[in-house]
Ligand binder design. Structure first.
Ligand code: ADP
Ligand code: MG
Length: 214
């Protein structure tokens, strides 16, 4: 039994004749750094969303540590397996509104020291806590969205093209963060088109037209 088992996953939406995913199977071992690659529209984001429990497959299963994720409490599962969107989803008005959210859902008191230490890990000063979301650059928004997912480290981190469109400086900072998260023992599955990331990737699974390409 692998850490995560994606088994015979097919995904179809009602108004479309063709499958978005067809019998996709692969496994993820603990401490893996797995890369999903392939052409745009191939189904990579759909796979990550299924692994994150955000959508349910038409057929097939995802097992996490041997348990079918469809039988697990969704809120608890999402704390263990965390999905970072291709386009960061931010809310509220300020950086603090976003960084306090992970504490709120766990009914914990906001810890500003912890939040500031994570800001510094992505090269953002503590003064950013009160900064308005609307004043952040694209790279700063993505960096903040990432640390929001990491304030309470998950067991598995699903990264959906989180460096796409970032300037080189932001990209470097994000790579450093991902490296340190990996060293902390978090299992990572990433989707990327980035040439450098593909070159440095270990195991790559190619997804083409909704299937794993052998
Ligand atoms: P990738 O991330 O590899 O670019 P996606 O997983 O985003 O691919 O999408 C795969 C295909 O499925 C695309 O053609 C997309 O338009 C389609 N698709 C994804 N989700 C839905 C949905 N809820 N309804 C209809 N089509 C969808
Ligand atoms: Mg995608």
């Amino acid at each position: 039994m692998a850490y995560m088992d994606i088994s015979q996953v097919t995904y179809r939406v009602a108004d479309q004749g063709t499958n978005i995913l067809t019998e996709v199977s692969f496994s993820v071992e603990k401490n893996d750094f797995l890369t999903l690659a392939g052409p745009s529209g191939g189904g990579k984001s759909t796979i990550l969303k299924i692994m994150a429990g955000l959508i349910s497959p038409t057929s097939g299963t995802t097992l996490f540590q041997g348990a079918d994720i469809s039988t697990m409490d969704p809120a608890l599962y999402r704390r263990r397996v965390s999905y970072c969107f291709q386009q960061p989803v931010l809310f509220g008005e300020t950086v603090k509104d976003n960084l306090s959210f992970p504490f709120e859902i766990r009914k914990e008191k906001f810890d500003p020291v912890r939040a500031e230490s994570f800001l510094s890990r992505v090269d953002l000063p503590a003064s950013y806590m009160d900064k308005k979301i609307s004043q952040l650059s694209g790279g700063e928004k993505q960096r903040m969205a990432l640390i929001r997912n990491l304030l309470f480290p998950p067991q598995v981190l699903l990264l959906d093209e989180v460096t796409t469109g970032l300037d080189e400086a932001s990209k470097g900072i994000v790579h450093q963060l991902i490296d340190s998260v990996k060293k902390d023992g978090v299992t990572i599955v990433q989707v990327t088109h980035d040439a450098q990331e593909l070159e440095e990737a270990g195991r790559i699974i190619h997804i083409v037209e909704g299937r794993v390409e052998e």
